[in-house]
Design a protein around this ligand. Structure first.
Ligand code: SF4
Length: 222
């Protein structure tokens, strides 16, 4: 019964290849402010912010980095203080010991292998301690060197609900999205889904009645 219902819903909204452009267009109109919420002034601050954003909110990260970036301006600065001092500075972001360890490791590698600069290639970025594919994709996209599509919890949930993927594994979801989303939209697509996921397509109770893509979504409840 349930399967039939999903099948019918998918048939009604049409194939994903035909829906992707209007979905992006409607999201872009509904969320013109959909950009990264982290605050940073340069590549190093971008990398540090994204590293700190794991398992906490962007608001908390911004609060912490406001002071952090006054104190630590170059990769060397993160290594010049005792590890406990850096841990204390990161404390409000949670899992601060691990974050401090990763940050120190990343800064060391930047100095030793990348001339103190943040690399732009995903293959280089993912070698930095604490940097997974998602972090690397965020950093690359923000620097105008997009090479993939960021898949976080919102992107995963919305891609599934919109019928853009049947997978649960972020790597497979990213692969599906890279085949579907036009290349020029790879950078903004996750931001649109993240903001729509926060404001409308909420995890526990999606507000389908207020959703601009309800006519294009096989999971719509209205
Ligand atoms: S119609 Fe509902 S389930 Fe589909 S994207 Fe909108 S809020 Fe989410």
């Amino acid at each position: 019964m349930h399967r039939t219902y999903i099948h019918e819903a998918k048939k009604k909204v049409g194939p994903k290849r035909e829906r992707i452009a209007p979905v992006i267009e409607r999201f872009a109109a509904a969320h013109p402010d959909a950009v990264i919420a982290l605050r940073f002034r340069n590549d190093l601050e971008l990398l540090v912010s994204v590293l700190l954003s794991a398992q906490t909110t962007d608001v908390t990260v911004n609060r912490v980095t406001e002071r952090l970036f006054q104190k630590y301006r170059r990769p060397e600065d993160y290594l010049a203080v005792p590890p406990e001092e850096l841990e204390a500075d990161l404390r409000p972001t949670g899992t601060f010991r691990q974050k401090a360890r990763n940050l120190r490791g990343a800064m060391k590698m930047l100095i030793e292998e990348f001339d103190g600069q943040v690399p732009t290639q995903l293959d280089d970025l993912v070698r930095l301690p604490g940097v997974g594919r998602k972090t690397a994709n965020v950093v690359a996209a923000e620097r105008g060197a997009t090479q993939g599509i960021v898949v976080d919890t919102h992107v995963r949930r919305l891609s599934q609900r919109l019928g853009f993927t049947r997978h649960d594994d972020p790597v497979k979801i990213e692969r599906d999205l890279m085949r579907l989303v036009p290349r020029e939209d790879w950078a903004r697509f996750p931001h649109l889904l993240i903001w729509h996921g926060r404001r409308v397509c909420i995890a526990r109770s999606p507000r389908c009645e207020d959703c601009v893509v309800r006519a294009l979504c096989p999971s719509s409840r209205v």
